[in-house]
Design a protein. Sequence first.
Length: 321
Amino acid sequence: MTIDLTRRTLLQLAGATSLAIAAAAAARAEGAPQGSGPTYAGRTPMRVGMVTLRVKNLDKVADYYRDVIGLTVMERSASVAKLGTSGVTLLVLEARPEAAIEPRNAAGLYHTAFLMPTRKDLARWLVQAASHRVTLSGFADHLVSESVYLDDPEGNGIEVYADRDPSHWQWSQGSVKMASNELDVPDLLSLTNTRVPDYAGAPEGLRIGHMHLRVGDLAQAGNFYHGTIGLDPTRSRSGAAFLSSGRYHHHLGMNVWQSQGAGPRDDQTTGLAWFSLVTEKPDILAAQEERLRKGGVQITMLAGGVEAADPWGTRVRLLRV
């Protein structure tokens, strides 16, 4: 498979007819070298830990994350599947065969973003996806990162991405510069052999880099995730806001593009059950718990932390690791 053929294949899979080269101003960097330890997203005071989804067809969805993303099935039964890499659980799927599919205009999951350790890992994964004719929904050069988008069999959004080196991120007055330029696919694919797919499975350092949620109101969401949980705003744009810990570009995205005015979520539908934010610092967890209690937010005590729900019922677990 040549690069040109791969590019045509990718365009077909994404339903596109052309692919412009990304803007020359977009800095190119391969990210942290292989084997150098956690990526920037995983070295911050808080980071995303794992995600739990409610699904109708457990086998079909579990097979998808195994075969398409390359996650290892670590545990599987008739009611649950746990998937991850190198012994780290990243995704839990709970079987809800009678559940209705959560509508896209409800609050809930926009996408789960799987962060590749390096740009080359992203290239290798993309060749594998193309060779298996995985349906893609889009590509983007975000300046801080390069991303590919797709959906699992039940419509849960997925982003697979690689960060550019943080030294190339441009900050101004606390806001990081991001964009949605077209991805330079040939340049990305130049890092790997497009004739022989060699993505045997998720690399050791693959983690969930960020979560992106649909919310009903950005101000309310900011009050909860910034004011109470303690994530810092990093960027806002029409209908969306981004927050992080430790000057990562974002650990959490929130938008109202489809969900403006959404009411409480129905926990009898499919979709996001909960996600976790983890920290190694007990003072961060103690401050979060105190703010939740002062804000009158109902909390559930867990081993190693607490669970609370945002204004629409999306549950977030705050855990110490």
